[in-house]
Design a protein around this ligand. Structure first.
Ligand code: ATP
Ligand code: MG
Length: 240
């Protein structure tokens, strides 16, 4: 009975090779390794790097010029960013607080850069101050300006950075918008970074974040926030 012609059958392979040579054709010796390398499309690392490059470009667009060199230097901030990279839904809120000029905004942009560089499947962010956000959510003369649409954008964006969370003129409208925004992000497990000069609750009865946000939002923050004090002198003197 003739032997079946398989790739393991060396006699059959030799005959096949001879036939090719008679026709002036050649066959490379051994199997062809056509698996992509990390430098080539098709390899997961290649695609991760492509995503990271696009995300870093988005980060740069969203980041004010002063913070273009920002990287995280605080271990707790780095750890929070790494948690967000690991599982964006369980990262919760990073709340950086400290006195003026200690580097809160710098650390926040550094954390956002670190997340961008990881090359997650989806990276989009809004980085703004609370004052600018409330300004944007005020009634405008422009009939095209749809406040509900804007609020939905802040709610749905995968990453939101609200700088100086306590610096805005409070009114019934700002209170309502803040509640709707933070409550929605809390419900949907969407991460946020916030900065403030205020303690969440001041034991000495001074103005604190609880007074700005109200007890219901403070309770939600208590559950999901990683509160990191950024201490030290006013670094603006150092980087004059
Ligand atoms: N680790 C750092 N490396 C280099 N520059 C830094 C660092 N931290 C802060 N800076 C610089 O110090 C200055 C103050 O930092 P930043 O604006 O982050 O302070 P802040 O705590 O947000 O202040 P504020 O409470 O007034 O908003 C900025 O010019 C910033 O670029
Ligand atoms: Mg700041």
């Amino acid at each position: 009975m003739p032997e079946p012609m398989t790739l393991n059958n060396t006699k059959a392979m030799a005959r096949f090779q001879e036939a090719l040579e008679r026709r002036g054709l050649t066959m490379p010796a051994g199997p062809i390794d056509d698996a992509p390398t990390p430098e080539e499309p098709g390899h997961p690392e290649y695609h991760r790097r492509q995503r990271a490059a696009a995300a870093l470009s988005r980060w740069e667009t969203a980041t004010p010029r002063r913070y273009h060199q920002a990287t995280t230097t605080h271990p707790q901030v780095t750890a929070w960013a790494d948690r967000a990279i690991e599982d964006i839904e369980t990262a919760g809120t990073l709340l950086l607080f400290g006195t003026i000029g200690t580097g809160k905004t710098h650390e926040a942009y550094g954390a956002l850069r670190r997340i961008a560089a990881a090359g997650l499947p989806r990276y989009s962010l809004i980085a703004t101050t609370a004052a600018d956000m409330h300004g944007n959510l005020r009634v405008h003369n422009d009939p095209q300006h749809d406040i509900e649409h804007e609020l939905t954008r802040y709610c749905r964006i995968p990453l939101l950075f609200l700088d100086d969370i306590d610096v805005f003129k409070q009114s019934e409208t700002t209170e309502q918008n803040m509640f709707r925004l933070l409550n929605d992000r809390y419900n949907e497990c969407r991460p946020m970074i916030m900065t403030s000069n205020l303690l969440v609750r001041d034991p000495d009865g001074g103005r604190d974040l609880a007074a700005v946000l109200g007890d219901r939002l403070t309770s939600r923050l208590g559950q999901i926030a990683t509160v990191v004090p950024i201490t030290g002198p006013d670094r603006r003197q150092e980087f004059r």
